[in-house]
Design a protein around this ligand. Structure first.
Ligand code: PRP
Ligand code: URA
Length: 209
């Protein structure tokens, strides 16, 4: 699939199995989401532009690379996307953070927006929107639409578990947005939960069920 990157590093795939395990506690689940997000941040930021700079080593002057200008904004989709924030920030500590609140109505499965607060210079930033679950795709699709309406141009999406149908739904409106994920699962069940998935990510992260 174009613009979709599956990060299949062994460390990540091992941790994904632990995330899927229904016996993993909230404490461990949170830690694992953090660790996987940190590892993924490495790949998602691969296209950040570099410039050549001078550096004086203890031995001599040399040329080195430095990130050039393009600042990062991380935008979790609340709630579950918040679980990916700390891991991302540990690798990109200067990033600004925006928040988008979207939940899925349990009966209609349609996304409902309830909050949006973004850095004022979002249009100039390399925006990484995070949400562990890409199921029907409605939540991520609408979050990206919101970001674009607020001026964001350079947007990447980072999810943990995705479905093909969800990816297609996001790409229907946003073919320009690269999606980084660690698994494309079999599909959705009758309640639009991902199969095999890992259950309700928000509830598992925050211990609400
Ligand atoms: C989950 C998940 C995504 C959405 C995915 O959020 O974190 O945002 O569902 O489903 P979709 O692709 O079908 O839209 P949820 O509605 O459970 O809200 P929460 O994170 O606040 O628990
Ligand atoms: N939201 C979740 O948290 N899990 C799913 O499988 C689908 C939507």
């Amino acid at each position: 699939m174009k613009n979709v990157f599956i990060i299949d590093h062994p460390l990540i795939q091992h941790k994904l199995t632990m995330l899927r395990d229904k016996n993993t506690s909230s404490k461990d689940f949170r830690a694992l989401v953090n660790e996987v997000s940190m590892l993924m941040a490495y790949e998602v930021t691969r296209s950040l532009p570099l410039e050549i700079v001078d550096v004086e080593t203890p031995i001599c002057m040399a040329k080195g690379h430095a990130l050039s200008g393009l600042d990062v904004a991380i935008v979790p989709i609340m709630r579950a996307g918040m679980g990916m924030l700390e891991g991302m920030l540990s690798l990109i500590p200067n990033a600004k953070v925006g928040h988008i609140g979207i939940y899925r109505n349990e009966e209609t499965i349609q996304p409902v927006e309830y909050y949006c607060k973004l850095p004022s210079d979002i249009s100039k930033r390399f925006v990484i929107v995070t949400d562990p679950m890409l199921a029907t795709g409605g939540s991520l699709r609408d979050a990206i639409t919101l970001l674009k309406n607020k001026g964001a141009i350079n947007i990447k999406a980072m999810t943990l578990v995705s479905t093909e149908v969800g990816i297609k739904e996001v790409q229907r409106l946003h073919p320009d947005v690269e999606i980084f994920t660690i698994s494309i699962d079999e599909g959705l069940n009758e309640n639009s939960y991902i199969v095999p998935g890992l259950g309700d990510a928000g509830d598992r992260l925050f211990g609400t069920k």
